[in-house]
Every structure is written in structure tokens, then in C-alpha cells.
Write a protein that binds this ligand. Structure first.
Ligand code: ATP
Ligand code: MG
Length: 485
């Protein structure tokens, strides 16, 4: 073990939020040892902004509870932890852990329960990567380094503590963590890890709960280097374990969405983590829609059923929470509504709770070369920037074009939905407004204002197909799923 001077590692208390200092100080005052550990220390040393700070102590969860009282909640069963609230922030406080007892591991060697308290040396050996196992005591200005992690920081090497094969067997999620940290930190993976990171090893992920895999997938999507990690997921065979029916191929749409996600994170914009699932599952969803349409199911029903099927299949790998599933299906449903909106609903649609996500999704499709959007991504893009007068004018124009093309192509409602008319780009519009269209547009505006207020009140418009749709009976026997592998 070596004791490093924090200042020589580029660390100072000035970089720390008061919440973590408050936790460390309170535990120290109560007579316990307390350190900052994990990603917070690692990221500060690398000059990155830490996502959060985790604390570790020799106090047991109930002793932590005694120190912080009502500010503390004990959570977790497999992995008991204390959540301490300091101001508006939440700090995770763990107790030093010893190796798990034999009886609590599965037949495959996976750790099922892990609440055996121990010393700091034992705790260190339980951590995953050397760079995640540095213990920083900010008040003493020291970092305890048990495994020369500082060298791995300098050489940018991701090294697992202990025997990599065993460490993957104990917790297969460490495979995902390997790729996440390698991509996020731009570190090379230690050859000892590469030796055991085989397609067979990735099969161990089948034993991990789909809830935990969903959480991990979200961390992959939101770490800011999604575009870098996606090819790695394919290369290491993780993709197949995480995504049931998504072909392991990064097409232009997925790539664009990944880059866009990374950019948004970089500039501090919020992202809905379910959005990228909507992107990944878009192709399987369309294929499933086709499947039902060929069986003669009407378009709206086919979409609803296809959405259910695709998400149900994905849940065998990562269980997407219900609210996120609803979000995904609404984004998909928005694609139809934005593609071929009823003129009188255009303004209400632009105020819909899912408009922004649906529009972003459509624009990404369009910019990645998907011509089936029929230019409507750009149309909506321009529409949003227009004054009320201009909006009136382009809605009237849109209406005329729509009526004309409807007359020309005498088709059924369903076909109209799938083969929309060509809409001229909004920005090129120059024609002056006629009296008739002005009258019609102002009537539309009144109506659409009403719709918008419904949309705002409920979060979802009352006429939204998702609310209107009758639930179909799912006959799984007729559902032809692809092979699981
Ligand atoms: P970040 O928060 O930036 O994603 P992190 O390293 O802090 O990265 P957490 O998931 O917050 O990751 O975990 C905190 C620490 O707990 C890790 O740094 C590591 O020491 C330990 N840890 C987390 N998950 C595991 C695991 N599966 N096996 C061993 N140790 C782990
Ligand atoms: Mg962390």
C-alpha cells in the first residue's frame, strides 16, 4: 500500500461539493473512518467532472443511520447501502466489505448476497478496477493506493483486480463496466482482461437480472461516449446479450442518434434515456408492423400490436420500466402523426407533450437518409420558428396540397397513412394568403387552441391514438419471433 499526497494527484477540497465533505466530516466526528472512493476520485485525478461522489466507511449501515438520523435511509438487500441526504444532494455511503461467504454465491459463482462487513484492505480487493479502488481522505489530504493504481491512471490502462476470469464469473456486469470505462475514459483494456473476454464469457450475462441490465444499459447510453462504445458492444458480443432482436449493425440512424446523444450531454442538455431505446428498436418495430399489415391488420392496430411485441421481446434482456415503454411507443406513434397531420391539428400537435421527442426522432431519421419521412422533419423544423401569421399561411397551403393529392389518389385511409403525399418544404413558400384560407386558418386556430389545452392538461391529448386504441388480444401463437441468439 502506498499513501499518495492528494495535492500531488491534482486533488483539493475546493473541487468537492459541500455534501460529500459534510458526510466525511460527520462520520469522522462520530469516530469512524471515512473516505471518498470510486469514480469521483478517479475522474478528479483524470481532470474530468465526476458524476457523483461515493463514500465508504467502517461504520455499519445501522451505525451510519445513528450518525445521520432522519437524513439516512438504508437500501438494498444484496448490497446493503446507506443513502445520506445532505442539502438537496444524495450521497451513497457503503460499509467496508469482506469477501462473500460461499453459501451466498450461485452455482455459476455469481455473488447473490454481499453484506459481509470487513476491513479497508478487504474492501479494496472487492472493487472492480484498480482505478476505482483509490481511497481519498480529503481532510487528511491523502489517497490510499493498495495496487499502484496511480500507474494505471498514468498509462491509461483498465486493469481488473484479481483474476479477471473469476471477477467476471462473480459479477458478469463487470464486462459491461469494462467497455463503459474503456470508452468513457479512453483507456486501453489490459490484455489479461481481453484474454478472458470471450463470446462464451458474455453468455454469463444471461444470469443477470433484466432490471440490472436495463440500469447498466442506461449508464452506457448516458455516459457521453455512446458513439464510441456501440462498436465495442458488437465486437465483444455484448450487443447480442443486451438486445434481443436488434441486428448487430450500427446503421446511419443509430450512429446519428448516438452522436446526437453524446453532443447533448456535452453541452449539458437533458436526455431521456428511453429515447435511444426507441431508436434501437425502430427497425424491429417497423418490421413487426409490416408483419401485421401483411396479415391484413389495419395500420393503427398493427402499430399498437407491433409496439407491444417488440418491447415484450426486449424485456427478456433489459426490462424497460413501464413509463419508459409508454414514452417509446408515443415517440413511434408520433412518427405517423407528424408524417401526415390533419391540418386542423397541426398547431395542437406542436404543443403535444411528446412533440419534441417525436420531432427530434423524425429529424434524426431524415438526416440519416430515411426518405420515408417525406421531408416532414424539415417541415416541422421550419414550422416551429414561424409567426402565427406564417403558420396560418403554411397550414392553409398544406391543406390545399393534401386535399389535391387525396383527390388524385383515391385510396383507403390506411394506405394514405403509409403513403403520404409529397409536401413542399415550408421555407420555400412564397404564395400570398387568400381570404378563404385566412378564415379557415383562424377557425383552425381556435380549435387547435382547445386541443392544445387538453394536451397540456393531461400531458397527452385526448385524441391521442394511444388513449383511443382498443386493446387487442395478444395471441402469442401467431407471433413469429426471431431466434433468441
Ligand atoms: P461512475 O459513477 O462514473 O459511473 P463509478 O466507478 O463511480 O463510475 P459506481 O457504479 O458508482 O461506478 O460504483 C462506485 C464504485 O463501487 C466503483 O468505483 C467500484 O469501486 C465499486 N463497484 C461498483 N460496481 C462494482 C462491481 N460490479 N464490482 C466491483 N466493484 C464495483
Ligand atoms: Mg459513482
Amino acid at each position: 500500500m502506498q499513501t499518495l499526497h492528494a495535492s500531488k494527484c491534482g486533488l483539493s477540497t475546493a473541487q468537492l461539493p459541500s455534501s460529500i465533505l459534510d458526510v466525511i466530516d460527520s462520520l469522522t466526528k462520530a469516530g469512524y473512518e471515512a473516505y471518498i472512493v470510486g469514480g469521483g476520485v478517479r475522474d478528479l485525478m483524470l481532470g474530468l467532472a465526476p458524476k457523483d461522489f461515493d463514500a465508504v466507511t467502517n461504520a455499519t449501515p445501522s451505525q451510519i443511520k445513528e450518525v445521520f438520523g432522519r437524513r439516512c435511509r438504508i437500501i438494498g438487500r444484496r448490497f446493503e447501502l446507506a443513502h445520506v441526504y445532505s442539502g438537496r444532494e444524495l450521497i451513497e455511503v457503503a460499509t467496508f466489505r469482506a469477501p462473500p461467504k460461499k453459501a451466498v454465491t450461485s452455482a455459476a459463482g455469481m455473488i447473490l448476497r454481499d453484506n459481509n462487513w470487513g476491513s479497508i484492505e478487504e474492501d479494496f480487493a472487492r472493487r472492480d478496477f484498480s482505478i476505482n479502488a483509490m481511497y481519498y481522505q480529503p481532510r487528511k489530504g491523502i489517497v490510499l493506493d493498495f495496487c499502484n493504481a496511480i500507474d494505471d491512471i498514468k498509462t491509461k490502462t483498465l486493469r481488473l483486480l484479481g483474476d479477471p476470469k473469476l471477477r467476471f464469473e462473480e459479477d458478469p456486469v463487470r464486462m459491461l463496466r469494462t467497455l463503459r470505462f474503456a470508452a468513457k475514459l479512453n483507456f486501453k483494456i489490459d490484455p489479461a482482461i481481453l484474454d478472458v473476454f470471450t463470446p462464451e464469457a458474455t453468455l454469463l450475462l444471461r444470469d443477470v437480472s433484466p432490471h440490472r441490465l436495463y440500469d447498466e444499459s442506461q449508464k452506457l447510453f448516458t455516459m457521453g461516449h455512446l458513439n464510441r462504445v456501440l462498436p465495442m458492444l458488437i465486437e465483444f458480443g455484448i450487443w447480442k446479450q443486451l438486445f434481443a432482436d436488434i441486428p448487430p449493425h450500427i446503421d446511419a440512424f443509430i450512429e446519428r442518434a448516438a452522436k446526437n446523444t453524446d453532443q447533448r450531454i456535452q453541452i449539458g442538455k437533458t436526455i431521456n434515456p428511453a429515447f435511444f431505446y426507441a431508436v434501437l428498436l425502430w427497425k424491429p418495430f417497423l418490421e413487426r408492423c409490416d408483419f401485421y399489415m401483411h396479415k391484413g391488420v389495419v395500420a393503427a392496430e398493427a402499430r399498437a400490436q407491433a409496439g407491444l411485441d417488440v418491447l415484450k421481446r426486449q424485456a427478456t434482456r433489459t426490462i424497460i420500466p413501464r413509463f419508459a415503454e409508454t414514452f417509446i411507443r408515443e415517440v413511434w406513434e408520433m412518427q405517423t402523426r407528424l408524417l401526415n397531420p390533419k391540418p386542423q391539428q397541426i398547431e395542437a400537435l406542436s404543443g403535444h407533450a411528446r412533440f419534441r421527442a417525436g420531432f427530434d426522432f423524425m429529424l434524426l431519421r431524415e438526416k440519416s437518409g430515411d426518405q420515408t419521412t417525406n421531408g416532414m422533419g424539415q417541415w416541422w423544423d421550419a414550422y416551429q420558428l414561424m409567426s402565427l401569421d406564417e403558420k396560418e399561411r403554411v397550414i392553409a397551403q398544406y391543406n390545399r396540397q393534401r386535399t389535391k393529392s387525396r383527390r388524385k389518389v383515391a385510396v383507403t385511409e390506411d394506405v394514405v397513412e403509409t403513403k403520404p403525399q409529397q409536401i413542399e418544404p415550408l421555407v420555400k413558400e412564397t404564395e400570398s394568403r387568400s381570404r378563404r384560407s385566412r378564415k379557415a386558418a383562424s377557425a383552425n386556430e381556435r380549435r387547435t387552441e382547445q386541443n392544445a389545452s387538453i394536451a397540456l392538461d393531461n400531458g397527452i391529448a385526448a385524441d391521442h391514438p394511444i388513449l383511443k386504441r382498443k386493446r387487442v388480444k395478444r395471441d402469442l401463437n401467431t407471433v413469429v419471433f426471431g431466434p433468441i441468439q
